[in-house]
Structures are given as C-alpha cells and as structure tokens.
Design a protein around this ligand. Structure first.
Ligand code: TK8
Length: 348
C-alpha cells in the first residue's frame, strides 16, 4: 500500500512539473518569445568566406530579418573568414550543437550526407537558373530531408557558384591539360574521382589552408567560383585561369537540430523564412560579384584567362561520366531520378 502511495505521489509531482515546464520558450504571441529564464537565444552563424563575399552579405540579411521578427528572442552573431573553422569543422560543430548555423559548400558536406553529392556532380546544372529551380523544388527538398537524421536541419540552398580552375603549371583549355596537375579539391569523393578521370592528381585540402598551399607550392592549382578566387586573392598566386565551369556549387544553410528543437513553432517559421528570403538576396549579390570579380581578375593583369571551348568541355563531360554513374549508386535511385527529371523540366 505504501509503495502505491509513493508511486502515485511521484507521478503527481512529475505531472505538475511537466504542466509548468512546457517547451523551453513561452510564446509571447507573434513570434516574440524568450526562454523560461527570460534569456535571449543566441544563434552563432558563420561562413568560411571573407566579409565582402555574398555569403556573409546573406548572413547579414538573415540576421536583420530574424532579429526583427523574433523581437529580441533570438540574437544572431555573425562570423566570417573561417573564424569558426573550415566547412568540415563547422559542419561537425553544427551536428554537435556547439555552433547554431553554418553556410557551407555542399561539396564539403558529402562526407556527412552522401546523398547530397549529386548537387555537385560535374556539369549536372546547365545554368544557375536551372539550379535554383531544381534546388528550391521537391527534388532539392529530398536532399534536405536527409539532414535531420544526421542531427542537422538543411534550411535551404544559397549560392557559391560555377567553379573554375586556376593553375601555376599551364593553362587548362582541354581535358589533356589536367594531366598530372596537383589540384586542390574539397573533401569530396566525386570531385576526387572526377579529376582523377581527367588525369589530374586531386589533393583534398581545407579552404582555410588553400592560399598558403598555393603560395608555397603544396598544390599547383585549385577550383572555385570567381568571387572566391578574387576575394581570397588566389589569382595573385596563380598564373592561369580558365572558365571550366565544371561544377555548380550551392551553399547549404545548415542549422543545429538541437537549436531548432528549442525554438517555438513561430520561431522555427521565422528562421526558415529568413533563410529563404536572405538566400534570394544572396544569390542576386553573388551573380553581381561573379561578373564584377571576373572583370577585376582580368583587369589586374596578374593571371592569364582563357575561355574553354564547348568541344573541350564536352570531352571533359565524357571522361567524368563513368564517375557520375558510379556515384549515382551512392546517392540512390529515388534522388537521382528526381534531380535529373527536375533538371530536364527546368531546362525546357
Ligand atoms: C569556403 C568554402 C569554399 C568551397 C571550397 O566558403 O572549400 O573550395 O568552395 O566556398 O565553402
């Protein structure tokens, strides 16, 4: 009998506590909320790119929207230039919950979510407009849906851009020119296998170490969109650049699931909508920067720029196709079919 009374008391106490406890936050009505202690929730968001890069401009827009709509319940702290580490380190921190948000190249995230590799398959997107339509639609959502099981939330895709090769050895105008090139790549098996198929010697290296790696000759070349080649001054330690446009690189907006689960429903909506709205702005800024910084690089006279012919680009496509076929098996038929169908539809 005593045991029954004791157990009933425990259940009663737990029931009272849970009624008082609820979520970590008490909603003040229209998105504004604070945690039970009244403390503001801190959201640390970082990019590996420098402050002038469009990814940081996008974070500034994200901060403006979230802090206005959350009415002080969420404080966004911004970081840039790898201050919180390179993409891999930031992705690990977001997964662990020690960092709330990161803007990272999908190419650096594939070790965490292999299915995401498809969006950086060589030559899969014919234009940035097609990429936007596919990534922002149901096919792109299929990839974002793979992140919660890895303790992360994929809020959406921003833009890094079409990647182009720079080198200190020779101009890369045809597939043969890749022969023996010690090329820095992201930590991405698809890119490593693709550049091997082109005859290069791919060398994964953190973005934060890349400038020194080029300057000291640890690697002969790299591949990135023009804004990063300009803003990180790679063009000053390279002799040749060509518009290979071999991969379209989206940025992923990664959010800690631990943090997301703390938010009220209203706050989750605010953060999601802010990422989408800031992403539209970031893509516009990035497109402007692609044009502006390509011209700055050419006008600098510090690097020899060449355009790649369609014939040469088609030869590269043929050489990397077996790699795409092999890695499509890793991504899985459902996502592969969805992405390629969406690309075909958006390209019409
Ligand atoms: C830093 C990286 C960079 C990526 C790379 O912003 O590692 O080459 O393209 O953009 O995310």
């Amino acid at each position: 009998m005593k045991k029954l009374i004791f157990t009933s008391l425990i259940v009663l106490i737990l029931g009272i506590l849970s009624a008082c406890g609820g979520s970590n936050n008490e909603t003040s009505g229209d998105g504004g909320s604070t945690s039970e202690s009244g403390e503001t929730l801190k959201l640390r968001a970082a990019t590996g790119s420098v402050q002038d890069h469009s990814s940081y401009k996008g974070l500034e827009k994200f901060k403006e929207i979230v802090e206005e709509k959350a009415e002080g319940a969420i404080e966004v702290e911004l970081y840039h230039s790898g201050q919180l580490g390179d993409d891999r380190a930031m992705t690990e921190a977001v997964q662990l919950g020690t960092q709330e948000m990161a803007i990272v190249s999908v190419g650096n995230v594939t070790p965490f979510v292999p299915e995401s590799a498809i969006v950086e398959f060589p030559f899969i997107f014919p234009s940035n407009e097609v990429a936007y339509e596919v990534l922002d639609g149901p096919a792109g959502q299929k990839i974002l849906d793979k992140f919660p099981e890895k303790n992360m939330i994929g809020l959406g895709f921003w833009e890094n851009g079409f990647r182009n090769v720079t080198s200190n050895v020779q101009q890369i105008e045809t597939a043969e020119d890749f022969e023996g090139l010690k090329l820095r790549t992201m930590s991405n098996d698809v890119h490593i296998d693709a550049f091997k198929a082109l005859g290069a010697n791919p060398t994964p290296m953190a973005f934060t170490e890349l400038y020194t790696g080029l300057q000291q000759g640890a690697v002969d070349g790299q591949e990135n969109p023009y804004p990063l080649i300009y803003l990180n001054k790679f063009f000053e330690v390279q002799k040749y650049m060509s518009d290979t446009q071999h991969v379209y690189s989206p940025y992923l907006v990664l959010l800690s699931k631990n943090f997301y689960d703390q938010l009220t429903e209203e706050q989750q909506g605010i953060v999601k909508e802010a990422a989408i709205e800031a992403g539209k702005y970031q893509r516009e800024v990035n497109q402007e920067q692609v044009q502006e910084y390509l011209q700055e690089i050419i006008d600098s006279g510090k690097i020899e720029f060449t355009e790649v012919s369609e014939e040469a680009r088609n030869e590269m496509k043929e050489l990397v196709q077996p790699v795409i076929d092999q890695h499509s098996d890793v991504v899985g038929e459902d996502i592969v079919d969805a992405i390629y169908d969406a690309v075909e539809k958006a390209s019409k």
